[in-house]
Design a protein around this ligand. Structure first.
Ligand code: HEM
Length: 563
């Protein structure tokens, strides 16, 4: 008996870190690496000292279930969310208890499956608009950023489907503003606190970004108030919600907070799920071909509809697997309201419990060859025995993502629409690295900011201001023997058009040049170009045009960089 009591009180093992700060400096450098190595080295429950805070990293599915579901009442979102609250306000994502429950009940009907099914055509239309945009981008030979493209697309979907609005003059600045906010909050998770509010230039940038976000949201609300709509979308629900006791509507401030939450939570995470999906597909031609084969066989060239999704299981598995390797919400945490017990260890009141999908999704005990991209691990027969709480892209329990079905339907429709016409190729040698902010973004090469990545020693990055190096066009094949439907599986292994990176005399490496070479090599290092799938008649001439235009543009960029 005494032994049992003692074992419950024992502190679990964990990394010591540095005096006073514990693992805080390491977390600032690379949080996912810290959590990964802690789980590998110390097991199911790991003690972490993070500056003045203490907590456990938990990776046993039973403990995760306990915190997120079985004993969820004993946990609030951790103080790290306070940083998010300061930017987004106290809304559905960040609030607690009665207030949270009230907001969740107001919004929930907008996310019923039948209602989302009715929005599928809005999603598919937006994807088709993007396909059309890509075509003209490809023909103009302009560079494009796939992360940016996905951000724009998912934002359009949220705006059209849930808020029935557009962003008007704010559309161009909103992504950049959100990138600044995301970076600032993501980094401040692991700061000492008092440094967050020093009036540095970064802080001023952050405030300016918040003002842009606020302006955009005010625009959405005032647009609707000027032109009321009889559609029963999320914004109508928020506008018409009344307090059960007082009968009062939401204040303008509360409305602003909820619209901001849905706008950001709805676009950012889904766009990242898609960005990582395209990245992984570009690195795994076999998976890509299989996906295209199924999409082509089911859709036969027509746009996908909601009822098609049941016949596109492979698309779903590909997205599931991309979110396993790169969960957009890579980690979250809770704070214990009262003492608890986790994995036989005593968790004192006020301590944190870290649930890190990035780690859970790689536990060798549940995932065979965890680093491999293998969508088939989501086949029913291979996933039947896997515990639910080791795969948590959308969280779990009462605070599970309200938009999970919306996001999955949207992502499947987008992948199916675009994979019919396009294939993404990464430009060789580009470095793709996950960047764990609030969400898991690609650090280099796919951010939506229009600044170049900072120069890194040993890297071949150019510090010139630039749009990012994903480039449009460059069809998969230059051969005129390709199938007219673009069925990749029927393509001969003839010549292929691929994007090569030019390294100029300045070491500037973002000057891609197109050339027609033997068979496209997607297996090299990351970096992407998106190209139309080989349905194209004028492949050779397009490649030639792109080649010269691109070289001209890049020459002038490189000389700007030098001067
Ligand atoms: C692939 C896409 C998405 C991913 C990976 C994702 C992930 C998550 C996760 C992990 C949580 C729980 C966080 C926690 O427990 O601390 C969450 C909550 C939330 N998500 Fe999502 N999400 C996605 C799409 C969406 C969409 C499309 C919307 C809305 C349009 C949305 C709105 C929200 C909201 C409002 C919450 C807070 C729910 C609550 O606490 O009651 N998400 N999301």
């Amino acid at each position: 008996m005494r032994e049992a009591a003692q074992s419950v009180r024992m502190l679990p093992p964990g990394p010591r870190g540095v005096p006073i700060l514990g693992v805080l400096p390491a977390l600032r450098r690379n949080p996912t690496a810290v959590f990964m190595s802690a789980a590998r080295r110390y097991g199911d429950v790991v003690y972490l000292k993070i500056g003045s805070r203490r907590g456990f990293l938990i990776t046993n599915p039973a403990d995760v279930r306990h915190v997120l579901q079985a004993n969820a009442r004993n946990y609030h979102k951790s103080p790290l969310y306070a940083k998010l609250r300061m930017s987004l306000g106290n809304g559905l994502l960040t609030s607690e208890d009665e207030f949270w429950l009230r907001q969740r009940r107001i919004a929930q009907p907008a996310f019923h499956r039948e209602r989302i099914a009715a929005l599928a055509s809005v999603m598919a239309d937006a994807a088709r608009d993007t396909a059309a945009r890509w075509q003209s981008i490809a023909l103009r030979g302009e560079p494009a950023d796939v992360a940016e493209e996905m951000m724009r697309l998912t934002r359009t979907v949220v705006l059209r489907a849930l808020l029935g609005a557009d962003l008007g003059p704010f559309a161009t600045n909103i992504d950049h503003a959100w990138t600044i906010i995301n970076q600032r909050i993501g980094e401040s998770f692991w700061s000492l606190g008092f440094t967050d509010w020093l009036p540095t230039s970064k802080y001023r940038q952050f405030q300016a970004a918040r003002a842009v976000l606020r302006g955009a949201v005010d625009h959405v609300i005032s647009q609707r108030r000027r032109r009321p709509s009889d559609s029963a979308d999320l914004l109508s629900m928020l506008l018409s919600a009344r307090d059960e006791e007082t009968g009062e509507a939401m204040t303008d401030e509360q409305l602003r907070v909820e619209v901001t939450t849905f706008l950001l939570a709805g676009q950012e995470t889904t766009s990242l799920a898609l960005t990582w999906t395209w990245y992984l597909l570009s690195q795994h031609p076999r998976v890509q071909r299989r996906l295209e084969e199924q999409v082509d066989a089911v859709l036969n060239g027509r746009p996908p509809e909601y009822t098609d999704l049941v016949n596109l299981p492979y698309t779903r598995m590909v997205i599931d697997e991309a979110m396993r390797l790169y969960p957009p919400a890579w980690g979250f945490s809770r704070q214990a309201l009262a003492d608890d017990e986790l994995g036989g260890f005593h968790l004192p009141r006020g301590w944190l419990a870290f649930v890190i999908p990035y780690v859970l999704h790689r536990l060798p005990a549940f995932w065979q060859d965890p680093e491999a991209f293998d969508p088939e691990r989501f086949l029913p027969e291979r996933s039947a025995d896997r515990p639910k709480f080791v795969y948590l892209p959308f969280g779990a329990g009462p605070r599970q993502c309200i938009g999970n079905q919306f996001a999955m339907i949207e992502a499947q429709l987008i992948v199916a629409t675009l994979a019919q016409r396009y294939r993404l190729h990464l430009v060789p040698q580009h470095r793709v690295e996950p960047w764990a902010l609030i969400t898991l973004r690609p650090r280099f090469g796919m951010p939506s900011a229009s600044h170049a990545s900072p120069p890194r020693s040993g890297s071949r990055h150019c510090s010139a201001p630039s749009t990012l190096p994903w480039s449009s066009a460059g069809t998969r094949t230059c051969s005129s023997t390709g199938s007219s439907r673009g069925d990749a599986s029927s393509m001969p292994a003839a010549s292929a058009c691929r994007l090569r990176r030019r390294v100029g005399p300045t070491g500037c490496s973002w000057g891609p040049a197109y050339s027609c070479t033997e068979r496209s090599t997607t297996s090299r290092r990351p970096r992407t170009t998106f190209g139309r799938r080989p349905t194209h008649r004028r492949r050779r001439s397009l490649c030639a045009t792109l080649s010269t235009r691109r070289q001209r543009t890049n020459r002038s960029r490189c000389s700007q960089a030098q001067s």
